[in-house]
Design a protein around this ligand. Sequence first.
Ligand code: SF4
Length: 319
Amino acid sequence: METKQLIKNFNAFLNPKQIGYIIFYVTNRCNFRCKFCFYYAEIEKGRKPEELTLEEIDKTSKSVGSLLQLSLTGGEPFIRKDFDKLTEIWIKNTKVKYITIPTNASMPDRMLRYLEYILPKYRNTYFRIAFSIDGIQDEHDVNRSMPGSFKKIEKSFELINPLRKKYNNLVLDSNTVLTSNTQGKIVEILKYIDDHFDFDNLTVTYARGDIKDPELKTKAEKEYRAMNDFLNKRQRKKEKRFLYPLYRGVRDVAWNNLMKTVFEDKFVTPCVAGKKLVVISETGIVKPCEILNDEIGNLKDFNFDIQKLMKSDQQKKNS
Ligand code: SF4
């Protein structure tokens, strides 16, 4: 049964007409106010009455078909009290294989409760929890504008780490944002993370999009690429997990596209963005990419049927 489903997931991913990767903003709410956050303008708006309900998410995900990769992001995803139910809906309706959840890791008890519930129940779905870490101890708190947040990360890691032994469908990663603040110390930060935690992967992403403090943006392309090469080598040594290299392939396609967007100032992925990859906002706006402002449409205008929305967009382009 599982093999059949797996084949379906991969066929869906290989089919150029079918969505393979969805980034879903479960909420715009966040308890942090990071100055390099490209979603800050939405976060400042606070809770939106039109945030998608579980029923609307159910309808949307039913229209997707089999899915290989899903990112449940925000805002801070664990802020949503129904995050477990929301995740279950996506799994049941799309049989998604890989779920990534980026988090500021500020709610250790909630994270633990969620994982204790979801991991044993959905053993055929692989979860990657990506802890955001942007400095060593107090420097992280300053960079993330949240006193005490590094301690919360330590607490979250301590609570969640033992689950990896219990359940083989959990991967714990860290992610650091390359900004003009972290650029000079980036290797030091990564070494500290490596020495003090036991993450499966350390990743670095680039401050991108429309951020609150544009001074934090850095075009340190050379450092970024060199660092990424170094990290990739380190990661490969650790990758023994089932089908993980394939997941990496999917992720790398997305990142290569992003790199081209950021550094070459062009969006060169007509075969991927808006087709293989779509971004859904917390209110149902569908976009081809996280950092470009183009909108394909709003799910609310298509009775939460993403296929109808995509078809209508295609027809508009053809006419
Ligand atoms: S924790 Fe993440 S979502 Fe929240 S403000 Fe910071 S970067 Fe944005």
